[in-house]
Design a protein around this ligand. Structure first.
Ligand code: NAP
Length: 475
């Protein structure tokens, strides 16, 4: 079993407080990680603050070159990263490989954004009082960024923060999820090899309840970029004061299957859209609103495809569904299923738990007040409900505290745009599942799903301050 230190100021740091990282499917020890305390957090923030002027002085070409080198290194080490993600998070290997390829693209898009980062010319004489003046904006890095990331996409979601931060000339203190710290350490080493200056990326593995608040409140940190649960996101927002904050939080995605949908294509997309990574994807399909005219054929097809999914060890290349991140999360999801049944829901498939693994589960007629309908399940559970009119479907879709992404399958342009324009979400997918994301899309939510947008172009904007420079040439 390999042992990993933290990564601070371009070096590995061992703290002596060691925790075992296990594979959630069977609890097998995978690696050991040294955990940060107050001393290491201080060292990491200090290192990032020292690297701030160094990063600021790098040319866009130099920042982009580092990112291009990191992109190539990650592709060379694709298998190592995929196996690491799979072992620490329980994600099926085939999905972990996809995550690694997407992560490389996130670096590539960020390298391109470093080249494009620019301000604008301001037409000062649009106001009579601006005669004889012109102005421009330049985009300056905010400085030290705290990046706090979840377990479910430990590599790609970390890179959605780290790569744009580097593109924009910032330095970073990264706090990965305690259950998935190894890919973060490997990534920091990779950036070091790619030529990133010492201290520009520091990784403090450690429990959020211990290192979270002091990191968020540190006055040297200019911005907090967080992906995770709404509960922790709200806490961060309350503690961050005037710092810039972006929050990428949860969802309980709805998919509308209209009466004129291509039922076969929709079911083929919706099953992985609901059950990939055991539903532990922030945009996993959780609520399926199906028109009553096609409810029977669509549900039958969905159930058949669900029941053919292969459940197993994440490192088995054939596995399509593996465990949840912990036993307690699986037990919580199982409780939600039982409560939904007690409230009148019909169990159509799955519903059983073995250890941390929940069978892909389908329920119909879940009561609107049940947790499984209202809140984020973050488990392999899809809840069906039928509707008669599009208005009814749209209002069911919007009856959620969350608003990240939603979607519709229909052949009607009118129905598609009606739903798209009424949807209270950050992204709406027509003839696709809400679980669809490309890494250069603007991505983020409304309501409890958060504030701000990711995708390198948009993250780079959030990670820079526009400064105005005005020039008066006719005194
Ligand atoms: P989480 O429990 O909120 O944890 C996320 C991160 O926050 C972890 O690194 C965690 O550290 C840390 N943390 C915990 N308490 C903290 C505190 N008081 N201050 C600062 N940081 C703290 O979320 P998760 O269970 O890892 O991930 C699942 C959630 O993420 C779901 O709600 C999902 O929808 C959301 N998510 C959203 C997106 C998106 O793009 N919108 C993408 C992926 C996931 P520890 O691990 O040490 O607790």
């Amino acid at each position: 079993m390999n042992e990993y230190g933290l990564w601070i100021a371009g070096r590995q740091v061992r703290t002596g407080r060691v925790e075992t990282v296990t594979t959630p499917y069977d609890g097998a020890p995978f690696a050991a990680i040294h955990l940060a305390g107050g001393k290491e957090l201080e060292a990491a923030v200090q290192a990032a603050a020292r690297a701030k002027p160094v990063m600021r002085s790098l040319t866009a070409a130099a920042r982009s070159d580092i990112l291009y080198r990191a992109y190539h290194l990650l592709l060379e080490r694709k298998d190592l990263f995929a196996q690491t993600i799979s072992s620490e998070s329980g994600k099926p290997l085939r999905e972990a490989l996809l995550e690694t390829e997407r992560a490389a693209l996130t670096i590539l898009f960020s390298a391109e954004e470093a080249h494009r980062l620019a301000g604008e010319v301001v037409p000062m004489d649009a106001a009579a009082a601006g005669a004889g003046r012109m102005a421009m904006t330049v985009r300056e890095p905010v400085g030290v960024i705290a990046a706090i990331t979840p377990f479910n996409f430990p590599l790609n979601l970390s890179l959605h923060k780290i790569a744009p931060a580097i593109a924009a000339g910032n330095s970073v203190v990264h706090k990965p999820a305690t259950s998935t710290p190894i890919s973060a350490i490997l990534l920091a080493r990779l950036f070091h090899e790619a030529g990133l200056p010492e201290g520009a990326l520091n990784v403090v593995a450690g429990h959020g309840s211990e290192v979270g608040d002091p990191l968020v409140e540190d006055p040297r940190v200019a911005m907090v970029t967080f992906t995770g649960s709404a509960e922790v996101g709200l806490r961060i927002r309350q503690r961050a004061g005037l710092k810039r904050v972006t929050l990428e939080l949860g969802n309980n995605s709805a998919l509308i299957v209209h009466h004129d949908a291509d039922v076969e294509e929709c079911a083929a997309r919706a099953v992985p859209g609901a059950f990939a990574h055991s539903g532990q994807v922030c945009i996993s399909i959780q609520r399926i609103l199906v028109h009553r005219d096609i409810a029977v054929p669509f549900t039958d097809l969905f159930l058949r495809k669900t029941q053919s999914l292969k459940i197993g060890h994440p490192l088995d290349p054939a596995t399509q569904v593996s465990s949840l991140i912990t036993h307690s999360e699986a037990a919580r999801a199982e409780r939600w299923i039982r409560f939904a049944e007690a409230g009148g829901a019909r169990l159509l498939a799955g519903g059983n738990r073995t250890g941390a693994t929940i069978q892909p589960t389908v329920l119909a007629d879940v009561a609107p007040e049940a947790d499984l309908w209202r809140n984020e399940a973050f488990a392999p559970v899809a809840c069906f409900r039928t509707y008669e009119t599009l208005d009814e479907a749209v209002s069911l879709m919007n009856a959620s505290p969350y608003g990240l992404q939603a979607g519709i399958f229909t052949r009607s342009l009118d129905a598609a745009f009606e739903a798209a324009l009424q949807a209270k979400v950050g992204g709406f997918l027509i003839n696709d599942v809400p679980q669809y994301r490309l890494d250069h899309m603007p991505y983020g939510g409304v309501k409890l799903s958060g504030i701000g947008r990711e995708g390198p172009k948009y993250a780079v904007e959030e990670m820079t301050e526009p400064k105005l420079i005005s020039w008066r040439w006719k005194p």
